[in-house]
Design a binder for this molecule. Sequence first.
Ligand code: TYM
Length: 332
Amino acid sequence: RPRVLSGIQPTSGSFHLGNYLGAVRQWVDLQESNDAFYMVVDLHAITVPQDPAVLRENARVSVAQLLGAGLDPERCTLFIQSHVPEHAQLAWVMNCLTGFGEAARMTQFKDKSAKQGNESTSVGLFTYPILQIADILLYQADAVPVGEDQRQHLELTRDLAERFNTRYRPTFTLPKPYILKATAKILDLQDPTAKMSKSASSAKGLVNLLDDPKVSAKKFKSAVTDTGTVVSYDEQEKPGVSNLLQIHSALSGQSIEQLVAHFEGRMYGALKTELAELFAEWVLPFQERTRGYLDDPAELDRVLAVGAEKARAVASETLATVYDRIGFLPAA
Ligand code: TYM
């Protein structure tokens, strides 16, 4: 069975709709016919300052949401990144193979560090993509289900895997991005030129999965649309309406063509209202399931202990091979 791997940051407590449609939904589908590894990346989270108590709580809430979204610990390996020390260990090795200039070209780093300023940007943020590379290569993943914003990190992953394989011996599988075009980039509801993101300038553009659906309904209803009144799909001219159509299509399973026909003769408001209802129908049971897992911390811990053990079995084997290939003296 092909191996898939992906990760999500625990930084905001609630996942947002972009995380779900862009990534987590695919994780759930892929667990059926793949050997799937999914993790909550707490090591990545501390590249920016985190309150310890909040970080710990957010890791639990993240795992509960992944289970609530439909990950099944019987079908996939679900774990916390820091429970598997090999991630940090392989990251060091990959750091030493990465060019400074190569890392400096990562656009996510450039964007984030520009916002923070040089003095408050950590070295960890700079090497963030290298840790992600280690995450992926440790498991010899064939495919990595993510949103469009991760594409550049995956290209670097392939480059580094090839570099290692050439410099030493074929060791790493070259992973392919698994990015579904329709949901690869869910846009901010207030600024449909930007992706939906927890660091958005306005909270009104961000749909949090754990918010009261009434709050989200307001956000859908006040989404920035475009001049004109006809509901039609045009990413260039009508990014706002097109984004709403994409989200509707992803949640309802109807094609964009069907939706355009369905809304013919009606205005943007009809689309927004229907979308708010559709979202609530999906999100209420999701919240219910998530709460269920949060109410049973012992079960959550059990799931994570099993996950960490399964992950370590694979990760430690890869790391041992890597250490051998680069010429480290084995511990007696
Ligand atoms: P993170 O936590 O920022 O986001 C988790 C996933 O959600 C996707 N995503 C989106 N997809 C569509 N539209 C959006 N607006 C949107 N916003 C976020 C992201 O592409 C991602 O797939 N670096 C990763 C975490 C990571 C990782 C890994 C991923 C660490 N190690 C190894 C894959 C493999 C990140 O920050 O995701």
